[in-house]
Design a protein around this ligand. Structure first.
Ligand code: ADP
Ligand code: ADP
Ligand code: ZN
Length: 213
């Protein structure tokens, strides 16, 4: 099963993608996590990507597409995957489509996690991320067992640089301009499924599994 997660920054794509990956035993692929790992390791790609990410802008398609296509070509992706944060532009979606067509394959579902902008702004300030293992928490809604510490790996949790309010506003603008058109793109293909992302994470997940099962 090949799944794409759509939705604004902070809609809960990552939170749901991790649960989907576990339930259906498929890899969770987050381009944001890949970039952050590269920044942490000080790679050339990381340094280039950081320039855009810190401003809330998208990393150029030339950089992003290659990384994603390399990742989905790996052996663990043969049985499917859940993409979180890719595609984010129509050109990215078209490249993915063509790459899949070439191997006689296609995306099965595009799950749109719908959350209005007002809720997003409130959520982002409370997000805490583990840059070591990619786990995400929320100080009020989804707190870690021990404040400031990752449940999964014990490392310190941080407020991401791009989750500061000024940057979140830019990211939402970028989302509306460049990513939201993907909703119509996948609707036209007949694989778009929209779920209400404002409810409790367990209820969002129940709505998603009802679609996938
Ligand atoms: P969120 O989950 O909050 O939307 P991500 O971790 O998906 O954030 O992405 C963080 C940043 O990484 C984005 O703001 C963007 O700069 C960059 N990025 C991630 N995925 C892509 C992509 N597919 N295309 C371009 N930039 C991307
Ligand atoms: P995205 O990957 O779309 O950027 P995340 O999964 O990182 O979004 O979620 C953004 C923030 O909202 C995180 O702090 C996360 O813990 C929290 N969150 C996720 N789902 C819910 C939910 N259903 N209700 C409340 N908060 C949520
Ligand atoms: Zn961790």
């Amino acid at each position: 099963m090949k799944i794409i997660m759509l939705g604004a920054p902070g809609a809960g794509k990552g939170t749901q993608a991790k649960m989907i990956a576990e339930k259906y035993s498929i890899p969770h692929i987050s381009t944001g996590d890949i970039f952050r790992a590269n920044i942490k390791n000080g790679t050339q790609l990381g340094m280039e990507a950081k320039k855009y990410m810190d401003q809330g802008l998208l990393v150029p398609d030339e950089l992003t597409v290659k990384i994603l296509l390399d990742r989905v070509a790996q052996a663990d992706c043969a049985g499917g995957y859940v993409l979180d944060g890719f595609p984010r532009t129509i050109p990215q979606a078209k490249v993915l489509d063509h790459a899949l067509e070439e191997i006689g394959d296609k995306i099965d579902f595009a799950i749109n996690v719908d959350v209005p902008d007002e809720n997003i702004i409130k959520r982002m300030g409370g997000r805490r991320a583990c840059l070591s293992c990619g786990a995400t928490y929320h100080i009020e809604h989804i707190p870690p067992k021990k404040e400031g510490i990752c449940d999964s790996c014990g490392k310190e949790l941080v407020l991401r640089d791009d989750d500061k309010p000024e940057t979140v506003k830019n990211r939402l603008d970028v989302y509306h301009q460049q990513t939201q058109p993907l909703i119509d793109f996948y609707q036209a293909k007949g694989i778009l499924k929209t779920v209400d992302g404002t409810v409790d994470m367990k209820d969002v997940f129940a709505a998603i599994t009802a679609i996938l099962d």
